[in-house]
Design a protein around this ligand. Structure first.
Ligand SMILES: [Ca+2]
Length: 392
């Protein structure tokens, strides 16, 4: 999965399993919220209830179930009650309100399953990946979006320094400009991934607990009913598929109506994507990458590839190690990364990524994702401009 793919149909399950934006859990929250579900296994198995943590008398009438997740919901789960109390305390929310929300959450087996890594035999292939995102349906939707929201895209570009084409590329790859924003109840998936994170891969339940807390805080701030908000199977929301922590940190009310609404306001989504990338260190007027010919020498090549997508070499370093940069690349003032994208059994694609390329990977930690965003955005902006010149 990737949060890039709220739309399961758009990208299947073979993408890297890193939710983003907001891949990095909020440090302040993750430091203050301690895991609790393993604290009192004996009481849980015996069905005992910690009444001090549970304000909802009705919920207490239901006995907690031991063992497998209860398909009917979390109202009967003692660890859910503890979670609610803990989140209410750490986020300074009304405990009753938090419990009322979490008691409505239902276990989503499909969300848990989608967390599992893709099976073997899924060799990376940039050509295949590109064909899923830089394709006629997405391009057509992108051109329509561009023509409708060009003024807002350009306004975001002038305020935040992030090119309109990059913003358009992100929204196209994420959700086909809002067509596929996900039909999971965010409350369900975040509770499921907090309390029943699937075994068999690295445990990210702490990350999702933070996101659940941020989600509840966001709902309270925006006066939303938590069980009505829909998103991806990882809890990403709206046209740009922001995780709740990213909404609270980076989303902006770009249409000025007094609310942040990434689901219904494409203009809020445009401003929020630009703000997010600006905060990841976007450098206005810098390109995202340069063409490069890698060095012949195996050792030099290995050294240049070692930092992967992290810009770690000056243009001069790269030239001295035998790489050959394009003329503009040779004069680039910032650090560069030699990024290799595999093409199955064919020769790989190599580029010299700038810190702006790296900024896009803060949205989704994948060089394939970043290059798809860049190239979709380029095609959409070029095609929109071409159609503009044809329209009288
Ligand atoms: Ca708004």
């Amino acid at each position: 999965m990737a949060v890039a793919c709220a739309a399961l149909t758009a990208c299947g399950t073979s993408k890297p399993a890193l939710p983003a934006p907001g891949t990095l859990p909020s440090l302040s929250l993750s430091a203050s919220v301690q895991p609790s579900q393993e604290e009192a296994p004996d009481e849980r198995l015996s069905g005992a209830v910690q009444t001090q943590a549970v304000p909802d008398k009705q919920a207490l009438a239901i006995q907690p179930l031991a063992g497998n997740p209860n398909p009917d919901g979390y109202a009967a789960r003692e660890d859910a009650q503890q979670l609610a109390a803990e989140l209410a305390r750490s986020l300074e929310l009304d405990p009753q309100w938090v419990w009322n929300a979490i008691a409505k959450a239902r276990y989503k087996e499909s969300a848990a399953k989608l967390m599992m890594p893709a099976g073997p035999g899924t060799a990376k292939n940039w050509g295949v990946y590109r064909s899923r995102f830089v394709e006629p349906i997405r391009i057509r939707a992108g051109v329509n979006f561009w023509r409708r929201y060009e003024a807002d895209l350009k306004r975001a570009e002038s305020i935040y320094g992030v090119p309109a084409s990059i913003i358009a590329g992100v929204l196209g790859v994420e959700t086909i400009y809002g067509r596929q924003t996900g039909n999971f109840r965010v409350l369900d998936v975040l509770t499921t991934l907090t309390l029943d994170f699937p075994k068999g891969r690295s445990d990210r339940s702490a990350f999702f607990k933070t996101e659940l807390g941020e989600f509840l805080k966001f709902c309270q701030e925006q006066q939303l009913e938590p069980d009505t908000v829909l998103g991806s199977y990882a809890g990403a929301i709206g046209l740009p598929q922001f995780m709740p922590s990213s909404i609270r940190r980076y989303a902006v009310d770009f249409d000025g109506d007094g609310h942040i609404d990434l689901l219904r306001s494409p203009v809020d989504a445009i401003g929020s994507v630009a703000h997010y990338l600006a905060e990841q260190g976007w450098q206005p007027d810098w390109p995202t990458y340069f063409d490069i010919k890698p060095p012949q020498d195996e050792q030099a090549l290995a050294k240049l590839l070692a930092p992967d997508i992290v810009p770690s070499f000056s243009a001069t370093d790269m030239q001295e190690m035998g790489a050959s940069l394009s003329p503009t690349g040779q004069n680039h003032p910032g650090q560069l990364a030699l990024v290799l994208l595999q093409n199955g059994n064919d020769a790989p694609t190599l580029i010299a990524g700038t810190s702006n390329f790296y900024a896009i990977t803060r949205y989704n930690q994948s060089s394939y994702y970043a290059l798809a965003v860049i190239q979709l955005g380029e095609v959409v902006s070029r095609e929109a401009a071409r159609q503009n010149t044809q329209t009288p």
